[in-house]
Design a protein around this ligand. Sequence first.
Ligand SMILES: [Fe+2]
Ligand SMILES: [Fe+2]
Length: 331
Amino acid sequence: MTSPADLSLVHDAPSDEEHSFDELVANEQRIEPRDWMPDAYRKTLIRQISQHAHSEIIGMQPEGNWITRAPSLKRKAILMAKVQDEAGHGLYLYSAAQTLGTTREEMMRQLIDGKAKYSSIFNYPTPTWADMGAIGWLVDGAAIVNQVPLCRASYGPYARAMVRICKEESFHQRQGFEILLTLMQGTDEQREMAQDAVNRWYWPSLAMFGPPDDQSPNSAQSMKWKIKRFSNDDLRQRFVGMLVPQAEILGITLPDPDLKWNDETQQYDMGEIDWDEFFEVLKGNGPCNAERLERRRTAHEEGAWVREAAAEYARVSSRSARSATGSGMAS
Ligand SMILES: [Fe+2]
Ligand SMILES: [Fe+2]
């Protein structure tokens, strides 16, 4: 005879599909687009990957702003290559998100309607050339620390996109470091400009890792699914550990008076991040939120004819390919 307790056990037992999903994740194998996956896993991935794609695309703007004003032909060529890489990152990621059943149009619509999120860091302005150095060193630097563990994410298309992206991010970080190094070896004014840019970008780059672990509600589930591998605070700590020796080489001061090595914990103690500011920018009240979205919306509208022409070309080409095959068969 079956007691109510047994019944509930029967009810809760995982299906074969759930079981094989759990097993793939546990064995460090990849979940592929055609595999069964829990709805919440799919939704989490669509949200994370599309936000990541949007960040790459919006992230082109603060730097694109400097392409025409880069101080030399060499700097211009490097910056153009870097901004173009970011467009490529956006495209790999939109493609990865599409394998989960969403469409490019849907994601783009959410972005330009202001419904989708993207990294808050891109809502800060870039008033000087030194900002190109600080963004490369700090923003791309934080991106690498965040993204290297994503190369092992459980969802195959996302993990594979991240491998290529991380290689390019490492070039981005070095070019930023090199811009700052050149400025730090220049005049007093150039050194001040570099320090000022680092002062402005340092805290927002630390905030890129997300809220402290005890205020990050989705982290535990993402770690269980092996999308996320390390907690926000662990990654932030790792980032600061990477920056300190590099700042010494640059001769730049990291703008945190509380930053010091702690022998006991074997890591850096650091000051408190201004989370009120972070959440304000996240809510859309950052210095450049409206400008960034407006620019993206305009670019989307002005690009309508390109999308229409490409769609028409694809339609005509497939029709002539079909009729060529048809006549081939008839003859
Ligand atoms: Fe990128
Ligand atoms: Fe980058």
